[in-house]
Design a protein around this ligand. Structure first.
Ligand SMILES: C[S@@+](CC[C@H](N)C(=O)[O-])C[C@H]1O[C@@H](n2cnc3c(N)ncnc32)[C@H](O)[C@@H]1O
Length: 930
């Protein structure tokens, strides 16, 4: 059995940096095909799969006989991963082919199947397919299954085909799914035009008054959105016949210097509340506007006409009686210089209210989907929309079923097989093609529903509507933005489809893909499947409840394509592995449902997994879990236990970061909230050992593993989570570890011991340093940069066989008037040269390196210094780990910790650049200029 790269080391920093960067990429990202919650970054999935399949060089002693050769080969593989994880590489055939060739060279031409039994948004199967591996995904949820099919199963069926729409022509070649994408766009446009003919009257333009801005005087100004507010009858009996608005804020735009806000004009006599649009105003007015009609934070509202309190209880009663209304507050239009805000008008309000849809989703909201809204009488999916929005969704859905026939006949006239075979039956002819295009069109409807519902906030800072699922719940909103369907902006079907088209054209499948609906607990895997998966975690996200929002819409559009999947009334809930107390009858019952089910699913994986490869399982911590309990949190320990009892041995744990920590937390002991577990099938003859034997085994096996991690430049902040892997590798190899009282050692206790060994390891490195550096470490640990007594300093120095004078001579400390203090980096001589320093210490080398790195980052000067430090580099790096640990854990000095973490994070790149430096004389630039 060959060891795989992921069992030893991966270039974590590069993977994490690319994963963080990927979060800000929207255009063309496959996640824009359809919303799904908690997707893993593609960069991480790609790197994990690669490292899971490619042999670690230590598996080939014939080719890499020495540690040096192994190290060099690992670095070569790292550089492939570093390139592979870049977003730009997702469509770079050369980079992808290099990675595929490497996989083939480790696995042979008969490539293993990759299987993800919790495929969700499809990230893992998609990346497997990109790497040329036969790719399988399954999920319990019909929406996830549709996403999976749209990503990995459908595009390979129509690879490199030209579009079928009759207007296509001129272009001779289409790659991958480009033709399909063009058809989605074309038929989407066809639908939009017909939708305009049918319901365009419900989307009036607006007159922009003269003087408003450069667009002033325009009769048919384009509406971007209508801002509505929910209303209730005034609780004051004297005004019970007045509908009062629940405005959470009067602010419409908070852009600095260009604030726009609503001023309610209240007339008690006529019992009216009108809204005028104000710009400018004093800062007090602007501030007051932010409060809207609220009575203070979480205090409910106040009646704008009588000032009576409007409690949430009152609103709930009104909502549940179906008496909550809506009122138009303002109209947002497109001006020549950005968005402009116009007063509401009766005509626009009347038109909106005249919409009368024939269809409304009736599915009752459940769990997290209803928790914020049901109390207010919003109990079904249909209740989340205005009538005009429902009319739009209904009209477009009808048109999708109409256009399907047209696509089929166009495809036949373009020569596609008229074989009447459905996609679900393996068809790839005209009927199947029409179904494929319709499925993507129906994704456009989902996107539209997400940005066109009565729970979309108006972002006052960005001046745009915010889509519904910014969070993993449906929020209650008091004032909402109703986007305009034919605006060519967010809320237009065309805009929704554009994102889908952009994602489709970038898909580049290099193998077949299959997505099916399965419960991970009861499915059987294809023979020899390599498993990589990202299961749900506890109660983080109730996928089924949330995805009901899309279910009925998609069922309308896709049930004739996949009738088996859509024969149910709602997304399956009972088998879903989430610890949802409301669904499973309380917290304890929910927890055991999750744990038992997850154990069954993982045991199923352990049975089905190919024993020649490790299995990778993503684990998502909750932020609160990490903060409260750190590395040995109960949830994490429980999950690890479940994985081990299911028949796996854990051999690696890689922290994956998807968020750049901000502020002072950067690089501090902030644990990543996602870890990739690397598991191997457990050998059943495993023996039982004692606690003492376990500790001995840790002491023997952990140091070389940590040294490998350091050699891979795992950042100090990621070291505690990364070291769990090899530590757990020892623990889980045995059938059990017995405590001194013969009770079995808990995973939590094992995690604590592993962490302790890591600390001891870092402490133990000190013996390798020069005595001055060892003095400085101890002194710094006790005093930081503050001055301390000479007497104590002298004792510490003497114990190391030197004097304080020696450390002073080395340029590490200042010693005067009976006090000793470590010099700050800014006090060091910036002309310092390691080559000429007669009393060179590791401490100085590190401090000078950090000084330059803090100033310039990865720069020529920093790389030159690293080059000059030469073979002391490894010791310098060791010291950086130690000082990180002291600052982050013992001295709680975030700023210092960050400096060391950042240096290690950039170490790979600095070493690479240092290797290319031939002339280390600092005046190179000056000489070149001359
Ligand atoms: C964390 S998500 C996967 C996300 C995915 N890796 C991505 O990047 O988009 C977990 C998935 O498990 C699915 N799931 C929950 N219970 C399941 C079960 N019993 N069988 C199969 N899938 C299940 C959920 O529907 C959800 O899509």
């Amino acid at each position: 059995m060959k060891k795989k790269l992921i069992e030893v080391a991966i270039p974590l920093e590069a993977i994490n940096t690319a994963s963080i960067r990927e979060k800000s990429i929207r255009h063309g990202h496959p996640s824009t095909l359809h919303l799904w919650w908690a997707r893993r970054p593609l960069a991480a999935c790609r790197a994990v799969l690669f490292a899971q399949l490619v042999d670690d060089p230590s598996s080939h002693p014939d080719r890499f006989p020495t540690p040096k050769a192994v190290e060099a080969e690992r670095l070569r593989l790292f550089s492939i991963i570093e390139e592979l994880v870049q977003w730009e590489s997702t469509t770079n055939d050369e980079v992808l082919e290099r990675a595929r060739a490497e996989i083939r060279s480790s696995c042979g031409e008969d490539l293993p199947h990759i299987y993800d039994p919790f495929s969700g948004g499809g990230s893992i199967p998609l990346e497997a397919q990109r790497l040329g591996l036969p790719s399988y995904g399954s999920d319990l949820n019909p929406i996830a299954v549709m996403i999976g099919k749209s990503m990995i199963e459908i595009p390979p069926k129509f690879l490199h085909q030209a579009p079928v729409h009759l207007g296509a022509g001129g272009r001779t070649s289409y790659r991958y799914a480009e033709g399909l994408a063009e058809d989605v766009q074309h038929y989407g446009e066809w639908i939009r035009q017909r939708a305009f003919e049918r319901i365009g009257e419900y989307y009036p333009s607006v007159e922009i008054p003269v003087g408003t801005n450069a667009a002033g005087g325009k009769k048919d100004g384009k509406v971007v959105a209508w801002i509505w507010v929910r209303t209730v009858p005034s609780p004051d009996p004297a005004f019970a016949d007045v509908e009062v608005p629940l405005l959470s804020s009067f602010t419409l735009s908070s852009k600095k210097g260009r604030e726009v806000w609503i001023e309610p004009i209240v007339d008690k006599n006529s019992k009216t509340i009108l809204f005028s649009i104000r710009t400018g105003g004093t800062s007090a007015e602007i501030k007051a506007a932010e409060m809207g009609a609220t009575a203070g934070k979480r205090q409910g509202f106040r009646c704008l006409i009588s000032d009576a309190a409007i409690t949430y209880d009152y609103i709930r009663t009104i909502g549940q009686a179906g008496k909550m209304g809506t009122r138009l507050v303002a109209i947002v239009a497109e001006g020549k210089r950005g968005r402009i805000f116009l007063p509401a008008n009766d005509e626009h309000e009347r038109i909106a209210h005249s919409a009368n849809p024939e269809w409304k989703p009736r599915l009752v909201l459940q769990g997290k989907a209803q928790v914020n809204v049901a109390n207010y009488g919003i109990t079904t999916v249909g209740d989340l929309f205005t009538n005009r929005q429902l009319l739009a969704l209904d009209t477009i859905s009808n048109l999708i079923s109409e256009v399907k026939k047209k696509i089929e006949s166009d495809a036949i006239s373009r020569g596609m097989a008229d074989d009447a075979r459905h996609l679900r039956d393996g068809g790839a002819g005209a009927l199947a093609y029409s179904e494929a295009v319709s499925l993507y069109l129906s994704f456009g409807v989902s996107r539209l529903a997400d940005i066109s519902n009565a729970h979309c906030n108006w972002s006052r800072s960005a001046n745009q509507a915010v889509h519904l699922f910014g969070r993993q719940a449906i929020p209650m909103v008091w004032d909402f933005a109703e986007t305009a369907l034919f605006s060519d902006m967010a809320g237009d079907f065309r805009t929704s489809l554009n994102s889908i088209v952009k994602a489709l054209v970038r898909l580049n499948p290099a193998s077949e893909g299959f997505e099916v609906q399965h419960d991970a607990q009861s499915m059987s895997y294809p023979e020899n499947a390599v498993i990589s998966t990202d299961p749900p975690y506890y109660d983080n996200i109730d996928y089924a409840d949330l995805s009901d929002f899309f279910f009925e819409l998609m069922k309308r559009n896709a049930s004739d394509i996949y009738p088996d999947i859509f024969q149910v009334l709602a997304t399956p809930k009972n088998e879903e592995l989430v610890a949802s107390p409301s669904r499973f009858g309380g917290k304890d019952a929910a927890e055991s449902h999750f744990l038992n089910g997850m154990s069954v699913a993982i045991a199923n994986m352990a049975r089905g997994a190919n024993s020649n490869f490790p299995t990778t399982i993503y684990y998502a911590f909750k932020q609160s879990e990490i903060q409260a309990e750190g590395i040995s949190s109960t949830g994490w320990a429980t999950f690890l236990s479940a994985v081990m009892s299911a028949g796996f041995q854990i051999v690696g744990t890689w922290p994956i970061r998807t968020e750049r920590d901000t502020g002072l937390k950067v690089g501090m002991n902030v644990l990543a909230n996602s870890v990739v577990l690397v598991c191997r099938k457990k050998i059943s003859t495993a023996e039982v050992i004692t606690r003492a034997e376990f500790i001995r085994a840790l002491k023997r096996e952990l140091p070389p593993a940590i040294a490998e991690l350091q050699a891979a430049n795992i950042a100090p902040a990621d070291m505690p989570q990364s070291a769990i892997g090899p530590g757990m590798g020892v623990f889980s190899r045995y059938k059990g570890v017995l405590e001194s009282d013969d009770s079995p050692m808990s995973v939590k206790a094992a995690l604590q011991l592993i962490n302790r060994e890591l600390d001891d390891y870092l402490g133990g490195i000190q013996g390798e340093f020069d005595a001055d550096t060892r003095f400085a470490i101890t002194w710094f640990e006790q005093n930081g940069l503050k001055a301390g007594d000479y007497g104590t300093a002298n004792n510490i120095a003497t114990a190391r066989g030197i004097s304080v004078e020696s450390v002073k001579h080395a340029g590490i400390v200042e010693s005067q008037a009976g006090k000793v203090r470590v010099l700050r980096r800014d006090e060091l001589d910036d002309k310092w040269e390691p080559g000429t320093d007669q009393h060179l210490t590791i401490w100085e080398c590190l401090q000078h390196l950090v000084r330059l790195h803090e100033k310039d980052g990865i720069s020529h000067a920093t790389s030159v210094l690293l080059k000059k430090i030469g073979d002391k580099g490894e010791a310098v790096k060791d010291l950086a780990y130690i000082l990180y640990d002291i600052n982050a854990n013992k001295r709680q000095d975030a700023k210092e910790a960050i400096a060391y973490n950042a240096l290690i994070a950039d170490w790979t790149e600095l070493s690479r650049q240092a290797a290319t430096v031939y002339d280390t004389r600092g005046d190179l630039q000056q000489r070149l200029d001359l």
